[in-house]
Design a protein around this ligand. Structure first.
Ligand code: NDP
Length: 451
């Protein structure tokens, strides 16, 4: 034990910071965590959890229509009340905030409210009070970034979208990543007229091309005005709402313009550079494979390191860090084959390589792909189509990529992610009995190579 106040001082009580603090404290370490905003960070307060609740809410419209068009239901008057949804969502988030506080307290972690700054490699200051620690962990996450165009102050980000007083009837969503696609689906499902504008030729850059094109088609079929090669040059507030001028000279009107144009690490104004911590050009803390910064006593995990911006990744990095620092077991986080889902409508699930990545890495690859109308929709008027794809290395027969666009994609891909992690072969997929009738069984019954 040293003469310093704590063994670990964590800045930021989001998914990564809370987990690292709790697990470290459970080994007997003396731990404090400082948080200036809300317990649980982005995921709990303005990210994954409230987003998924809004996705559920927005899907009812299509479910009602499917039930009425094919399954014999007569649906009465339908009305959606945004304030009720937001109030119920807020209540749930408050409950989760309480759980996070209790978890930290039960683990013996000292909670400190306020903004922390690093004073030197072993000292943190919060509201004028200094705390010393053997190790400092920076887990402050990221924040939405917006391009500097005239009138951008009238736009909102996902942070504000969760707290709008009224549901906007006309929405422009700018961006083509996870958040843009998810919110376009949410507002469309809740009844708004939605334009989604993406600056490039095809959204969801980094995802498999078949996923991108299938999803674009499905989103358009549902009625979102999805435009590619399209950018806003100027926003103006008028009596009729918000007016957006696009780079092609056309105009759109809306009640809300949501920018989902990426998130940057929140590393500014923390005293990091002065303490000698190296940051990259985006402000991300540069860390080694064990999450250690250029200053040996300062560590960083989660979105502030800009490795993979996903909650389970931050939690994994946290677990590894606790093992490295307090369990005498230096553990490097494993960032290979991280599965993820875009909660678009329909959702996307992916694990492993895209076809383009696989061809680059392996040269020749075998592609299995199936596009079909789910059994449920044989009785409805919904012509949504599901797409599933497997990418196989012919040399080893290993399945190196699994991709899906369709209902429950996240639930299905989670299971397949275990198979990919276990380096399963196509022969093993084929030897697996399908569960009939499900959509997921298609993943074990695709026999014909398409390429
Ligand atoms: P992303 O990085 O996923 O997407 C940003 C989008 O904005 C891209 O389409 C990008 O285009 C576009 N863009 C960037 N700069 C500009 C600009 N100046 N003008 C116009 N468009 C621009 O960020 P998100 O904000 O959607 O989400 C941040 C991260 O949070 C994600 O990467 C993901 O890791 C995580 N997340 C995960 C979720 C999940 O797991 N379901 C849900 C939500 C977020 P281009 O491709 O051309 O660069």
């Amino acid at each position: 034990m040293t003469s310093r106040d704590f063994d670990l001082f964590t800045i930021g009580a989001g998914s990564g910071g809370v987990r690292a603090s709790r697990i470290s404290a459970s080994t007997g370490a003396r731990v404090a965590v400082a948080e200036e905003r809300y317990l649980g960070g982005t995921c709990v307060n303005v990210g994954c959890i409230p987003k998924k609740l809004l996705v559920y809410a927005s899907h009812y419209r299509e479910d009602f229509e499917d039930a009425a068009s094919g399954y014999g239901w007569t649906i009465g008057e339908r009305r959606f009340d945004w304030p009720t949804l937001i109030a119920n969502k807020d209540r749930e988030i408050e409950r989760l905030n309480g759980i996070y506080a209790r978890l930290l307290d039960a683990a013996g972690v000292k909670r400190i409210e306020g903004r922390a700054r690093v004073v030197d490699p072993h000292t943190v200051e919060v509201d004028g009070r200094r705390h010393t620690a053997d190790n400092i962990l920076v887990a402050v996450g990221g924040w939405p970034t917006l391009p500097a165009i005239p009138g951008i102050e009238h736009a909102i980000t996902s942070n504000e979208a969760f707290h709008l007083k009224e549901m906007p009837e006309r929405v422009i969503v700018v961006g083509g990543g996870y958040i843009a696609v998810e919110f376009a689906g949410i507002f469309h499902g809740l009844g708004a007229s939605v334009h989604q504008l993406y600056r490039g030729p095809l959204f969801l850059r980094g995802f498999d091309d078949d996923v991108r094109t299938r999803l674009a088609e499905e989103i358009r079929k549902k009625g979102v005005d999805l435009r590619f090669d399209s950018s806003v040059s100027r926003i103006e507030k008028t009596d009729a709402g918000l007016f957006a001028e696009l780079e092609d000279g056309s105009t759109l009107e809306a009640d809300a313009i949501l920018y989902a144009t990426g998130r940057t690490p929140l590393s500014g104004d923390l005293g990091l550079a002065a303490a000698g911590v190296e940051l990259d050009e985006r402000g991300a803390i540069v860390v080694d494979e064990y999450s250690r910064s250029s200053v040996p006593s300062i560590w960083a995990i989660g979105d502030v390191t800009d490795r993979i911006q996903l909650t389970p990744v931050a939690i994994h990095e946290a677990m590894c860090l606790a093992a490295t620092l307090f369990e005498d077991a230096p553990t490097a986080p494993d960032h290979e084959n991280v599965a993820s889902t875009v909660f678009s409508q329909p959702p996307v699930g992916s694990v492993g390589l895209t076809e383009a990545q696989a061809r680059e890495r392996f040269g020749e690859v075998d592609i299995y792909r199936s596009t079909f109308r789910a059994l449920k929709h044989t009785l409805t008027e919904n012509d949504e189509r599901t797409m599933m794809k497997l990418i196989v290395d012919p040399q080893s027969d290993r399945v190196i990529g699994c991709h899906m666009v369709g209902p429950d994609a996240g639930e299905i891909i989670q299971g397949l992610a275990i198979a990919i992690k276990c380096r399963a072969t196509k022969a093993q997929f084929d030897a697996t009995m399908g569960i009939h009738p499900t959509a997921a069984e298609e993943f074990v019954t695709m026999r014909e190579k398409v390429e």
